[in-house]
Ligand binder design. Structure first.
Ligand code: ADP
Length: 228
């Protein structure tokens, strides 16, 4: 069997020092398989963003190991981490952060062009993703001409553009009304299954979390399974 796309082993992360030290993760363990959608539900301040940043190689832990597609990241230097992140991780934020002067299609194609794809191949892939997410008719629109749900679906397409093995989403529907959240979450779920990515999605929304394959929470610096 192929290796899980994302494995955290005894990950430790604290901020600050001495009596100001905040221990966020003590011994966090988590495995996310290809095509699996894991919802991360925990109160504000529990460490959700920290866990996502660590998983996305945006920060380093003080202890433990983070493996992406079987590659141990603790021994990698900054360059190696950046390369691995660019080639394997897609990130979706609460706010879409689309480039306002470019169309939906261009926003999804740009990361592919940066990665060395031809314009034709990038645009073809972008259209497939926009289609999968139900926003193909909006391909030539700029972000300001799109609804919040459309903007977020395009941000999801952009995150998936370079075939990431791991998709990380920090409150991807936190800014949307319930009906639109539903639509966007469903689109994200379809994409994860279709692409065979491993996904970790932080959300406050319990109804949406129930639609994931598995729910985890954070308690006393540990990742534990959770049922709502
Ligand atoms: P969540 O995403 O669940 O709201 P975070 O991961 O953002 O939680 O934060 C977890 C804890 O770590 C909080 O107590 C927060 O104040 C602290 N924290 C996060 N980032 C930093 C930082 N750069 N410096 C100091 N403390 C931080």
């Amino acid at each position: 069997m192929s290796k899980p796309h994302l494995v955290l082993t005894d990950v430790h992360r604290h901020y600050g020092q001495g009596d100001k030290m905040v221990r966020v993760l003590e011994a966090a363990n988590l495995t996310v398989e290809s095509g699996e959608m894991v919802a991360l539900v925990a109160p504000s301040g529990a460490g959700k963003s920290t866990l996502l940043h660590l998983s996305g190689l945006l920060e380093s832990p003080q202890g433990g190991e983070i493996e992406i597609i079987g590659i141990k990241t603790s021994k990698l230097g900054d360059r190696g981490r950046t390369q691995l992140r660019r080639s394997t991780v897609g990130y979706v934020y609460q706010f879409h952060h689309l480039l306002p002067e470019f169309t939906a299609l261009e926003n999804v194609s740009i990361p592919q062009l940066i990665a060395g794809q031809s314009q034709a191949a990038a645009d073809k892939r972008s259209m497939e993703l926009l289609d999968l997410l139900g926003v193909a008719p909006r391909a030539s629109h700029r972000p300001a001409e799109l609804s919040g749900g459309e903007q977020q679906r395009i941000a999801i397409a952009r995150a998936a553009a370079n075939h990431p093995k791991v998709i990380l989403a920090d409150e991807p529907t936190g800014n949307l009304d319930p009906e639109t959240s539903d639509l966007v979450f469903e689109a994200l779920g379809n994409l994860i299954k279709n692409e065979g990515a491993a996904a970790l999605i932080a959300t406050h929304n319990h109804d949406l979390a129930r639609r994931a394959d598995r729910i985890v929470t954070l308690r006393s610096g540990l990742v534990i399974s959770h049922t709502l």
